[in-house]
Design a protein around this ligand. Structure first.
Ligand code: NAD
Length: 315
């Protein structure tokens, strides 16, 4: 059995596969060459870069399994693959903690202007130190503030736990049921159930000091001009979910008007080339879709994926 790990795989996951007698090729084959080369493999693992579309599936009748390291399956024609008898697996929970921590990286960064200081210190630090100090004098604490979480699934819940730990109130909106409390494990093994307030979208928009999105790709943005009209003055926005969930032009307008005080974005409409207006915006902090890019998440993804693939190929 042979697997092509086209977007890489954690070494521990690779070893698990090899120990199970499965050969693992970690060479990255360019997308345009895959149709002529992938049929030599029994399975492929991808992250978000490699696309496994209908035409590739049709070109590779030997393919038995497709593994996606991570959550979103937007880059795979899942139903078509399954209709051809190909198993499709992903690792939805492996990166939740890492993504939630990136949300807080953006939040702490946003309320203390770290993104802007990082841009200006190398240029103005020596000549305008006190001026910059003054510009960043109005930071705020997260403690005691309300965070509105849109999408209360795996990552939304992990984000809520961090928020509760930071002394924030959590307002949650989801299309489905939301638990009234979340179990929190503190150091020393102490467990507490902390309350979560389930609200309507309008209440979340009106009352949140910060809003974080944790929903899948949506055809129509969930935060657009109409929603930005309803938000609290000076709200901070974080999006570590999927491009397309925020209307980027409406966000820029809301940042320019001061309605939104800052935005921390890990995902964009047009990855990997976000709008220049976002890249250069003084109130926007950007990361290149790195929510799951931690050693811990990659190891969990690799191990989970390896076990799933072994189940299909050796089962
Ligand atoms: P999940 O399926 O566990 O949770 C998503 C939740 O959103 C569900 O509870 C669903 O009911 C809710 N939802 C869907 N549409 C909604 C809407 N319009 N309004 C309100 N709620 C809605 O998913 P998850 O594992 O928590 O992942 C959330 C998002 O994060 C996904 O888009 C995923 O692709 C993304 N993600 C990003 C990174 C990254 O690197 N930035 C890494 C992993 C996952």
């Amino acid at each position: 059995m042979r697997i092509l790990a086209n977007d890489g795989i954690d070494p521990i996951g690779k070893k698990l596969l090899e120990d199970a007698g499965i050969e693992v090729d970690t060479n990255n084959i360019p997308q345009e060459e895959l149709a002529s080369k992938l049929n030599a493999y029994d399975g492929i693992t991808v992250r978000s870069a490699t696309k496994v579309r209908k035409d590739l599936i049709d070109a590779c009748p030997n393919l038995k399994v497709i593994g996606r390291g991570g959550v979103g399956m937007d880059n795979i024609d899942v139903e078509y693959a399954k209709s051809k008898g190909i198993a499709v697996e992903n690792t939805p929970a492996a990166s939740s903690q890492s993504v939630a921590e990136l949300v807080f990286t953006h939040l702490f960064n946003g309320v203390r202007f770290v993104y802007d200081a990082n841009r200006k210190m190398p240029v103005e630090g020596g000549t305008n130190f006190n001026g910059l100090k003054k510009a960043y004098a109005k930071g705020v604490e997260l403690k005691g503030k309300k965070i509105g979480i849109i999408g209360f699934g795996r990552i939304g819940k992990e984000t809520a736990k961090l928020a509760l730990g930071a002394g924030m109130d959590v307002l949650a909106f989801d299309l489905y049921d939301i638990p009234a409390t979340l179990p929190l494990e503190l150091s020393g093994g102490v467990k507490v159930d902390v309350p979560v307030t389930k609200v309507s979208m309008d209440t979340l928009l009106a009352e949140s000091d910060f809003i974080s999105l944790h929903i899948p790709f949506t055809e129509k943005p969930v935060l657009g001009a109409v929603e930005f009209e309803k938000v609290k003055q000076g709200v901070g926005i974080v999006n570590c979910s999927r491009g397309g969930t925020i209307d980027e032009a409406a966000l820029i307008a809301a940042l320019d008007s001061g309605k939104v005080s800052f935005a921390g974005l890990d995902v964009f409409d047009n990855e990997p080339t976000p709008l220049v207006a976002l890249l250069q915006h003084p109130k926007v902090s950007l990361t290149p879709h790195i929510g799951a890019a931690t050693n811990e998440a990659q190891e969990r993804i690799g191990v989970e994926l390896a076990n799933l693939l072994i189940g299909h190929l050796n089962g």
